[in-house]
Ligand binder design. Structure first.
Ligand SMILES: NC(=O)c1ccc[n+]([C@@H]2O[C@H](COP(=O)([O-])OP(=O)(O)OC[C@H]3O[C@@H](n4cnc5c(N)ncnc54)[C@H](OP(=O)(O)O)[C@@H]3O)[C@@H](O)[C@H]2O)c1
Length: 230
């Protein structure tokens, strides 16, 4: 498929691009006009735009079958960043997908999205605002999956020893996961119809720490949606 990835200059985004290319997809990598590009984007078609530019966004998404949203406010002194990026820019992307017929969207959100009492909220109420972005996607006409990873890591040396612990919404509050594994789960979700209309929390660890060790498809088959998971 032709897959668009927004936030492609970010540390999760470029790995989603790489993972998609390695699985045989064509990729349109969306980045801001001023984004510094990491090395991992070779092989993707690069489109630079502001996500607030509706016509440019619609054009960038035209012809794509799916979008992975890996944007997120970068920590800084501007406390409006989360609202602008994690709520408004997510909503812009959803509207553009609906306008041009991109029906499938995977959103990288965060563990604890929706919590009010959490130290991370010192940065622009980010967890509250992330839930607004999630809700915009849930209310859309799109086929959606929301991935809520734990704390993100860069290490890639022991990926083979890591197993992923999946859960439904609001089940995990702690734990970490390498960005490379998050990228893989985003692509797995696109291949797994059972992941549609699901919020999936993911952390990882050694098999002793992370009990599951299942693939996403088998975990979803064994864990139907529970009441309260939208
Ligand atoms: N860090 C964690 O431990 C953690 C944990 C759970 C969930 N998450 C979430 O996971 C996602 C990926 O995180 P990450 O740390 O891998 O990302 P990251 O490296 O911080 O990259 C963020 C991406 O979003 C883009 N972006 C920021 N502001 C933007 C704007 N106004 N308009 C358009 N694009 C904008 C950045 O573009 P530029 O390169 O141009 O700045 C970059 O491509 C984020 O949603 C994050 O909140 C993070």
């Amino acid at each position: 498929m032709l897959l668009a990835v927004s936030g492609a200059s970010g540390k999760t985004g470029w790995r989603v691009v790489q993972e998609a290319l390695s699985r045989g997809h064509q990729v349109r990598a969306l980045a801001r006009p001023g984004s510094e590009l990491p090395a991992g984007l070779e092989g993707a078609e690069l489109v630079r735009l502001e996500l607030s530019d509706g016509p440019a966004l619609a054009l960038a998404l035209s012809g794509c079958q799916a979008l992975v949203i890996a944007t997120g406010a970068r920590p800084g002194i501007d406390l409006t960043g989360p609202l602008r990026v994690d709520a408004w820019a997510v909503s812009s992307q959803i509207r553009a997908c609906e306008a041009v017929g991109v029906n499938r969207v995977v959103l990288v959100s965060s563990l604890c999205a929706g919590l009010w009492w959490h130290p991370l909220n010192l940065f622009g109420l980010i967890l509250v605002v992330k839930r607004l972005g999630e809700q915009a996607l849930e209310r859309s006409s799109l086929a959606w999956t929301i991935i809520r990873p734990g704390g993100l890591g860069e290490a890639e040396s022991d990926l083979e020893q890591q197993t992923i612990h999946y859960s439904n919404a609001d089940q995990q509050q702690d734990g970490r996961i390498p960005r490379r594994l998050v990228a893989g789960v985003c692509l797995d979700a696109l291949d797994t119809p059972l992941s549609q209309s699901r919020i999936l929390e993911i952390t990882s660890g050694t098999p002793a720490e992370a009990a599951s060790g299942e693939t996403l498809a088998s975990w979803l088959a064994n864990n139907p949606e529970r009441p309260g998971n939208p």
